[in-house]
Ligand binder design. Structure first.
Ligand code: AMP
Length: 409
């Protein structure tokens, strides 16, 4: 199937061609015709499925139809949870609108608002924004959302996890009720369904390839190891395997910083990427990683969401996440677009429960090995590392229980 057969105009097919995409991904095949028809779409898709093009291409086509060149009020609005994702969606919008007369810009917090305000002043057809900065500029009277025709909520589950529900509700009061709404989310919790019911008009549900299929396509490996030997094992794996580009997940920001220091001491270039880092630091870290100057990016779950690093060969769980769904998100960073990927998890005794929860969710047992010199500690307790914190974080983020299967509708 071609992009053209989905109903996309020549200028968009050409832009997709420039990107080197041969054929649409499953989510693109399903979402593009529906969005072109003007339907509200509720899509279950995670990063790596091609979801961004799934909503961007048809949105551009619809907005290009009636272009009010002179004033350019914001007609397309994309909300994203993080600044990184906002910047990446904007890059996609620019790539795909190359041959169209549409202008776009991106706004997010953590940086000066002045350049953002001046680009808004010039007139913008499509705005990509994080909720906080959007409301901030709106409150200052620096932008109007009264002409929005298409609203996209990207990674809606993460927006709720990060506490943006109130902001989203406020934004809904600023844009016309008569509009097209597209909601993309990796998971469909009760809150997401409520949001969809409240703000969407007869939405059509679509989903990408079942997540477990994606998971199975990735080569997964567990190494059982003593907690104190994890860094040594990671260094060995990177050096022995000549790994050039590794994304490593830790549970905490502090853990990320600590690991970066230890890797540095072992002559492995690494940088942390988490919420405490400035926007410039995060952008530079990502740039260095993409260009190959930096071998290891050490990330926490929230900071890593939406990072666009195509064809990532290795993902390492330095610590398993305490919410099983995050495991699926993490390893989804590898094996994209048909490329082979490997996901390695370093599991100490206190993570045994997390591992079995993950295996329940993905529906199969992950291959387990022990590497000589890095054996697990036979005396270590198998009690979860900090059950109280685990409970708190689940409540705070409204996550389903770790052993609950993810709903697919
Ligand atoms: P996304 O899920 O939107 O984050 O996209 C993941 C990656 O897949 C990005 O690097 C896109 O450039 C790429 N991509 C999107 N659509 C296609 C396609 N049809 N064929 C190949 N790669 C694609």
């Amino acid at each position: 199937m071609s992009f053209k057969s989905l109903g996309l105009a020549e200028s968009l097919v050409k832009a997709v061609d420039v990107q080197g995409y041969d054929s649409p991904t499953p989510i693109q095949k399903k979402a593009i015709p529906l969005v072109l028809e003007g339907k509200d779409v509720l899509a279950s898709a995670q990063t790596g499925t091609g979801k961004t093009a799934g909503f961007t291409l048809p949105m551009l086509q619809r907005l290009a139809k009636q272009n009010s060149k002179r004033r350019r009020p914001v007609r397309g609005l994309v909300l994203t949870p993080t600044r990184e994702l906002a910047a990446q969606v904007h890059q996609n919008v620019m790539d795909y609108s190359k041959f169209l007369d549409l202008k776009s810009t991106v706004i997010f917090g953590g940086v000066s608002q002045n350049p953002q305000v001046s680009s808004l002043r010039k007139g913008i057809d499509i705005l990509i924004a994080t909720p906080g900065r959007l409301l901030d500029l709106n409150n200052q009277g620096l932008l109007s959302l009264k002409q929005v025709e298409i609203l996209v909520l990207d990674e809606a589950d993460r927006m709720l996890d990060m506490g943006f529900l109130r902001d989203i509700k406020k934004i809904m009061t600023l844009i016309p009720q008569k509009r097209q709404t597209l909601l993309f989310s990796a998971t469909f919790s009760k809150d997401i369904r409520k949001l969809a019911k409240e703000f969407m008009h007869h939405p059509v549900s679509v989903e990408s390839t079942p997540e477990n299929t994606t998971v199975e396509a990735i080569q997964q490996q567990v190494y059982r190891v003593a907690k104190a030997k994890k860094t040594g094992l990671l260094v060995k794996l990177i050096k022995d395997g000549n790994w050039e580009q590794v994304l490593v997940f830790t549970r905490t920001k502090h853990g990320a910083n600590k690991l970066v220091k230890k890797l540095g001491a072992a002559q492995i270039s690494a940088v942390p990427i988490h919420g405490n880092k400035s926007q410039t630091a995060r952008t530079n870290a990502l740039k260095g990683f993409k260009s190959g100057q930096i071998k290891v990016l050490v990330a926490t779950d929230i900071a890593s969401r939406g990072l666009d690093i195509p064809l990532l060969p290795q993902v390492v769980n330095f610590e398993l996440p305490n919410v099983s769904e995050d495991y699926v998100h993490r390893i989804g960073r590898t094996g994209r677009a048909g490329a082979n990927g490997q996901a390695v998890s370093l599991v100490s005794a206190d993570e045994t429960k997390f591992l079995s929860d993950i295996e329940k969710l993905i529906g199969f047992k992950i291959k387990k090995d022990i590497i000589e010199g890095f054996e697990p500690d036979p005396n270590a307790s198998t009690e979860p590392f900090n059950p109280q914190k685990q409970r708190q974080s689940r409540n705070r983020f409204n996550k389903p229980k770790p052993n609950a299967r993810r709903s697919k509708t």
